[in-house]
Design a protein around this ligand. Structure first.
Ligand SMILES: [Zn+2]
Length: 361
């Protein structure tokens, strides 16, 4: 195809290059001293955008490929609403299509600085082959820095105080700073679970700290690795905000994991036809410190089975309607969290418009 650049195109190209040449901090207009988090609806995948108190951005996962840029456009809209014109760091928890598949479309919609990942893909997982290859093609353009992390690393994302809990099948060796390592009494009732040797088990899990609070995002980390993080001793400690692992599928989020971390607020990135397993919803709702569980969608109907045949129990298990962002003709709405410097949190359900304040514990 012949490419002829007319005057309008040249102006557009100039303005794009002018934006790209600005330092990152100058472009992120937020940087208001608060930590902002947008849990974006990518229909049962993950894409969670964090903006640091000093204005740097970290996107955990890029959603799905295809769908005519649906997920890239939702990410771009969330970024714009948070005052961003680029994303400094994209962290891929793992290479499954609902997390890494959206990378090629994302980089067409938004300038990106650095990619963080867990390293080489597990070749036993054929499901992730094409999305990993497409990610490598994006990296091969040499426009981006790539950092592969391991468990225990300080999160290499400027502006964030974070630690990698798990990556590439390995978990944190020592407890997080300030977390005691005594025996965890919850472990006695925890059932043994099989090792997941494929991509989900390689998922990055991380914590971020701000204002004395701990925020946890486990990607799709599976039951076996969760158990290693909290048994026989809880190396993570209690947390304030949980992005529920694996969209609420019951291959993650065992009772010992949920009750050991004891989140005060949990956000589940389930889709209308994925995740939201009955046992996971019930476990989180019954967790000892829980003040609110948000869901991006109502759990799938009882006729639906998650991968592995997970039972779905129907609408009576859902969190209260005011904490569900989408459904009944509403789609693509986010759950937005602001962590304030005083340790309080404000959570807004973009679907209902309702906001709720959570005081510092
Ligand atoms: Zn997933």
């Amino acid at each position: 195809m012949l490419h002829v650049m007319n005057a309008a195109c040249r102006v557009a190209a100039l303005s794009v290059s002018a934006i790209l040449s600005l330092p990152a901090a100058a472009q992120a207009t937020h940087g208001d001293g608060k930590l902002h988090i947008a849990v974006i609806d990518v229909a049962g995948g993950q894409s969670t955008l964090f903006v640091s108190p000093t204005g740097q951005s970290l996107l955990v996962d890029a959603g799905w490929p295809g769908n005519n840029y649906r997920d890239a456009d939702r990410i771009a809209a969330a970024a714009k609403d948070l005052g961003l014109s680029r994303i400094d760091t994209v962290l891929l928890t793992h290479y499954h299509t609902d997390h890494a598949g959206g990378v090629p479309q994302l980089v067409e919609r938004m300038p990106v600085g650095t990619f963080i990942d867990h390293g080489v893909r597990d070749v036993r997982d054929a499901e992730s082959t094409s999305d990993y290859d497409n990610y490598l093609k994006v990296l091969a353009t040499s426009k981006y820095k790539r950092i592969s992390v391991k468990a225990g690393d300080t999160l290499p994302a400027e502006g964030f105080d974070g630690t990698v809990l798990a990556a590439a099948g390995k978990v944190l060796h020592d407890p997080l700073p300030g977390v005691g390592a005594g025996p965890n009494p919850l472990c006695g009732k925890a059932p043994a679970v099989l090792n997941d040797t494929e991509e989900n088990g390689d998922s990055i899990a991380l914590v971020l700290r701000f204002a004395g609070l701990t925020i946890e995002d486990g990607g799709d980390l599976t039951l076996d690795r969760e158990r290693l993080l909290v048994c026989p001793a809880n190396k993570v400690g209690k947390i304030d905000l949980m992005i529920v692992s694996h969209h609420g599928v019951d291959w993650s989020s065992s009772p010992v994991w949920i009750d050991s971390l004891a989140p005060r607020v949990a956000v589940m990135d389930n889709g209308s036809n994925k995740g939201g397993s009955t046992s996971v919803i019930d476990t989180i709702k019954a967790s000892p410190r829980l003040q609110a569980l948000y869901q991006l969608h109502p759990a799938p109907p009882s006729s639906y089975k998650n991968p592995g045949g997970t039972e779905q129990g129907g609408p009576e298990h859902n969190t209260a309607a005011e904490f569900i962002a989408n459904g009944a003709g509403v789609d693509g709405k986010r759950v937005e969290i602001t962590v304030n410097p005083d340790g309080s949190m404000d959570v807004k359900n973009q679907g209902t418009g309702q906001a709720k304040h959570f005081a510092k514990p």
